[in-house]
Write a protein that binds this ligand. Sequence first.
Ligand SMILES: *Cc1c(COP(=O)(O)O)cnc(C)c1O
Length: 394
Amino acid sequence: MTANSFHPPERTLMGPGPSDVHPRILEALSRPTIGHLDPVFVGMMEEVKGLLQYAFQTENALTLPVSAPGSAGMEMCFANLVEPGDTVVVCKNGVFGERMKENVERCGGTPVMVEEEWGAPVDPARAEEALKAHPEAKILAFVHAETSTGAQSDAATLAKLARDHDCLTIVDTVTSLGGSPLKVDEWGLDAVYSGTQKCLSCVPGLSPVTFSQRAVDAIQARSTKVQSWFLDLNLVMGYWGSGGGKRAYHHTAPINPLYGLHEALTILQEEGLENTWDRHQRMHEALKAGIEAMGLSFFVEEPHRLPQLNSVTIPAGIDDEAAVRTRLLEQYNLEIGAGLGSMAGKIWRIGLMGHSANPTNILNCLGALEGVLSDMGADITTGKAISAAMAKLG
Ligand SMILES: *Cc1c(COP(=O)(O)O)cnc(C)c1O
C-alpha cells in the first residue's frame, strides 16, 4: 500500500479535551530533536519543573511531567502511595472517581467509597463520616474538577479534613490545572496529578505531577517495592533529578512534547495564572448567557460549575444527539463532547479550556449549535444567543 502524508482537518476543539493547541506550541514541537541527556535539554527540563511549580502554586521539589498521559499520573500517585492492605477513602462523583477505585484495588488496597449523584460535588460531611468510620485509612482521594459532569469539589476543605484525620490526599487536577483556581501548597494537597491537553492547551501525552514532603516521606517509608517499574518515583526522581545531582538514564523523555509543554507553561506565565483563571470565568459567563438565551439549561448547579467544562442538557425534540455532534463536526469543524457513562444521551459537554476559551470560539459555537438545533427541530429560542453572549463579552 502507498500511504500519503496525513493532514488532519482544522477543527475547533470545544470538548472535554484535547483543547485547541496554541500555534506557538505547535511551532515549538517542530524544533530539532536533541539528546535527552544533552546539557541544553537538561537545562530545559529544569525550567519545566520551575514553571510547573508556578502552575501548581507549590514549592514542592518533586514536581515533574510524567512521560505519559493523565491516566499515568493517576497511576503513579496510587502505585507509589498505596501499599497492599492500605485503606483509601475514595470520593466518587463521576467517571474519574471510579478509576481511582480501580487503582486502589490494583495496588492491593481497600477502597472505602463515598459516592455522590453525578453532577454534584463531593460532600465534605460525607467524606468526614467515612474518615471517622475508618481510622485506619491512610489516604483520601478525590477529583477536583470532574470532567465527566463539569462539577467542581472543594479541594481545600477536603484536604483539611484529610489532615485532621492524619491522611494523605491524592487529587485529580487534570481539568483544573491552568483553568480554575488550584493552590497546592495553600490547600495542603499531597499527591497531585494533571494532564497537558486540557487547560494547558498542549498536546496530550504528558502528566504533570507534584508531591508534598509528607507524600515523599510516605513513599520512602514503604515496606514493599512499587509494583510498577516505569512509575516508581524513586527511579523517576533519579532521572528528573531532585537537587541537581547527576541524572541516571531511566527512559527516554518525550523530547519534542516537552518543548511543547515548556512553551505552554511559558504562555501561562506570560498571561499570569490569575488572569488565566479570570479569562476562563469570563468566557464561561458569555457562553452561559448564550446557552440560556437559547432556552437550554446547565446540568450542574451554579455554585459548583466548572467554567472550563460546561454540561448542557439536550433539548426536547432531539432524539439523536450524536447526529447533532456529527453535523457540528462535518459542517462547522467544531467538536463538542458527548455525555460519558450514565450521562450519555443526556448532556453535551462544551469545553472552554486553555486556548479554546476565547470569544471567537464562543460565538462560533453558539451560532453553529443554534443553526443545527433549529434545523433539526429542537425546541429552542432562536436569534438571541449571540447577542446575549456578546453583551457579556463587552
Ligand atoms: C482527561 C482526564 C483524565 C485522564 O487523562 P488522560 O490524559 O486522558 O489519560 C483523568 N482525570 C480527569 C478528571 C480528566 O479530565
